[in-house]
Design a protein around this ligand. Structure first.
Ligand code: ASP
Length: 339
């Protein structure tokens, strides 16, 4: 089989978001779509009403940026990078600018990008002072013999690649400084004595999956991780198969939620394997989230793309923000609600 560009015809069997499933509710179902296509997410948790518009706008802008690449004949890889960069620059999300602070008051970022044609991927973990870690992850993939760089090594590699470090302040949004200061001074009952969240915290990791005109698939995920995490903590997002996966033969997925839980079930690879074994994208997304809940009690959501361009969105927390773009006639953005 030609892995580079599988035939698209004859495999269009799951080109929809099902509106009435228990674990996924879509306010406006998509009944059809065409290749190329990009699907992005901007976090999954109990997104407050006051933040819905910002999430929808951010996802919309990202999907449009990614689709602009695809519509000009660009690759799925370039499209997911472009989409994720838009969300890294948007302080609405826990990625790049606007990320959570760790226990030391630093921003430490994780990101991954994966090429489904070759299974090559690049990722960075716990890297500081990098404005767009998804692009650094891309450089790891394109310019090293490694797949993943962490911490200071990733930072030094960025320097070699000519990426100017930003200041920590450039990544720091006032909202997050306030959240951190409140937690540190015990002015909130949201954290236990060790600073661990007691209640559901925002889960605003961003991600994208895309298929291009040639049938090549890619995925990317970027995050500031969890609030008040221990310095050096790495979540699921930059781990291949956990926070992201892409394979022309089985599809792509990107997740958001409690990283320690997603890692345990290797969530994104699980979703792709389920598609390869015959499930539609939506069925695979739901089965993966069901497994997450049953086996780990974890919460979150994920987006899934089948090689045919079928899409799935599932979550077991209240909301997931997403947008899909497959041309002027197929654009949809939503905050899926499980109420
Ligand atoms: N999954 C991310 C992590 O655990 C957090 C998130 O999705 O919000 O680092």
């Amino acid at each position: 089989m030609n892995v580079e560009a599988q035939s698209f015809k004859g495999r269009q069997r799951d080109l929809f978001i099902q509106p009435e499933q228990e674990s996924i509710m879509s306010d406006s179902p998509i009944s059809s779509c065409e290749r190329p296509l990009i699907l992005v997410h901007g976090g999954a948790y109990d997104i407050p009403e006051s933040a819905h518009k910002a999430h929808l706008d951010g996802c919309t802008a990202a999907a449009r940026a990614g689709f602009a690449v695809l519509s000009q004949g660009g690759s799925a890889l370039d499209a997911v990078e472009a989409a994720v960069r838009v969300m890294e620059d948007d302080p609405t999300f826990d990625a790049g600018f606007g990320s959570f602070l760790n226990a030391d008051g630093e921003v430490e970022l994780d990101a991954i990008i994966m090429n489904g044609a070759t299974l090559n991927f690049g990722s960075v973990a716990a890297v500081q002072r990098i404005k767009n870690p998804v692009s650094l992850a891309r450089m790891v993939m394109d310019n090293t013999r490694h797949c993943m760089l962490a911490g200071n090594g990733a930072f030094q590699f960025a320097d070699k690649m000519g990426i100017k470090p930003c200041r920590t302040q450039d990544l720091l949004h006032g909202r997050e400084r306030e959240r951190w200061e409140k937690a540190r001074s015990g002015q909130t009952d949201q954290y236990d004595e060790f600073g661990n969240p007691l209640h559901s915290m925002p889960s605003d990791t961003v991600g994208a999956v895309a298929v291009d005109r040639n049938g090549n698939i890619a995925g990317a995920t970027s995050t500031g991780g969890t609030f008040n995490k221990l310095p050096g903590r790495v979540g699921d997002s930059p781990l291949v198969g956990c926070g992201c996966y892409a394979d022309n033969l089985s599809g792509a997925a990107s997740s958001t939620g409690q990283g320690e839980a997603f890692m345990k079930i290797v969530a994104c690879k699980t979703a792709c394997d389920l598609m390869q074994s015959g499930m539609t994208a939506q069925e695979a997304a739901e089965a993966t989230i069901a497994r997450l809940g049953e086996r780990t009690n974890g919460k979150g959501g994920l987006i899934v793309l089948s090689p045919a361009g079928g899409i799935g969105v599932a979550h077991n927390c209240r909301n997931i923000a997403y947008a899909v773009h497959a041309g002027d006639n197929v654009f949809h953005t939503g905050i899926a609600n499980s109420d």
